[in-house]
Design a protein around this ligand. Structure first.
Ligand SMILES: Nc1nc2c(c(=O)[nH]1)N[C@H]1C(S)=C(S)[C@@H](COP(=O)(O)O)O[C@H]1N2
Ligand SMILES: [Mo]
Length: 386
């Protein structure tokens, strides 16, 4: 940390773990416009959002997490950007951002993006990879055109089974022949209504680290499918095999495994929808609160809606329901709130448990998997009431 700011930090003992030093954030203009986020890695750059900073109904750009696998492109001039649609299509397309705006319906949607590894830090034995806690999640308002409309215009041939996504970021090794990541979607998923090729975030130019000037936004599935700095979508007659598609990347064993168990690579399956999950964004973990307080947060379940959100203050013995908003649109998280009256002064844990439209609910503890994906255990917030 000292090396990052170029001096020793006398009060380092008091410095919250992972806090991005303000001086570092300023010098690193790549993070300009991001505020209060936690640095998980600086090469590639990864920052997550502390739960209490996710309190807004719609995640502001300065609070939206960043997950890079390589080196972002430097030249992101929207005027000269093009997107190519090729592979098994009737007409190969090369479109500028102006072409996208003019030739397709422009829509605005609130869409939830969650990294497949969000929550990995809680696995024991530890899973290798970024030690995300709770904040690899956000729900911003994105403006763009529907992926489906663009693919239809290109003409999807009958043998297409999968998409492949390519972008302008480069591999950490500096080797121009290697891509940092290239994932894809089954064609049926790609043809759903709420996947966008987006060019604006929260009504403004997109943040450079969130994929400006053009990206895919795929709600409810691992956000690794939501390609940033998007330059090309290829339609394939077989499942995509790009970097981070194969082996154990964004895959889990096809059957339950014991903690620490070795699983052979051919037994892993590609993660599709993300599981039912919620977060408490107020009060903050560790807060001192009064005897009556509002509790609030968000809940989501990939491709489904949330039907109820319950909270407990007695370690799960009893539950009370909360007021739960309907999703603003398919793919948006749902906001919830409740007023909590505490029986006496002291330490409490607030637990939140979401239930989705298929009656799936969040577990207290989740089965281990080798790469630490899909942790949807209940969020617990400790508070002192007086
Ligand atoms: N081109 C490109 N797209 C990418 C990535 C990347 O490294 N390069 N990371 C993916 C992963 S793993 C995630 S979780 C999301 C994160 O989106 P965000 O940085 O806007 O929060 O972007 C995805 N799209
Ligand atoms: Mo991710």
């Amino acid at each position: 940390m000292s090396a990052m700011v170029g001096a020793s930090i006398p009060f380092h003992r008091n410095m919250p773990f992972g806090l991005v030093p303000a001086a570092f954030a300023q010098d690193h203009d790549v993070l300009a416009g991001k505020d209060g986020l936690t640095l998980l890695n600086d090469r590639p750059l990864n920052v997550e959002t502390p739960p209490e900073l996710l309190d807004d109904a719609v995640t502001p750009t300065n609070r939206h997490f960043v997950r890079n696998n390589g080196v972002p492109p430097e030249n992101t001039d929207p005027e000269n950007w093009t997107l190519t649609i090729d592979g098994f299509v009737d007409n190969k397309l090369t479109l500028s951002i102006a072409d996208l705006r003019e030739n397709f319906e422009v829509v605005k949607l609130q869409l939830t993006l969650e990294c497949g590894g969000n929550g990995r830090g809680a696995f024991n034995p530890p899973a290798k990879g970024l030690q995300w806690t709770y904040g690899g999640i956000g729900c911003a308002e994105w403006t763009g055109v529907r992926l489906k409309d663009v693919l239809e215009k290109a003409g999807v041939q009958s043998n297409v089974v999968y998409t492949a996504h390519y972008g302008a970021d480069t591999h950490l090794s500096g080797n121009p022949d290697r891509q940092p990541i290239s994932r894809g979607l089954p064609i049926a998923k790609a043809m759903t209504d709420n996947i966008l090729i987006a060019f604006e975030m929260n009504g403004e130019a997109m943040h450079p680290m969130n994929g400006a000037p053009l990206r895919l936004v795929v709600p409810g599935w691992p956000a690794s499918t939501a390609h940033k700095w998007l330059t090309r979508i290829e339609l394939r007659d077989q499942v995509h095999d790009g970097p981070k598609m194969m082996g154990t990347s964004y895959r889990v064993p096809a059957y339950p495994v014991a903690a620490g168990q070795q699983v052979s690579t051919e037994d892993f399956v590609i993660i599709e929808r993300m599981p039912v999950k919620s977060i408490v964004t107020f009060p903050a973990n560790g807060a001192d609160i009064g005897m009556e307080t509002e509790v609030r947060g968000h809940a989501w379940s990939g491709d489904r809606s949330i039907s109820k959100l319950d909270i407990s203050i007695d370690f799960g013995a009893t539950w009370q329901s909360t007021e739960l908003d309907a999703p603003v649109n398919d793919g948006a998280w749902q906001n919830w709130r409740a007023t909590l009256a505490l029986p006496q002064a002291g330490y409490y844990e607030i637990w939140a448990r979401a239930t989705d439209s298929e009656a799936e609910t969040q577990p207290f503890a989740i089965a281990w998997n080798p790469k630490g994906y899909l942790n949807n255990t209940m969020h617990r917030v400790g508070v002192r009431a007086s």
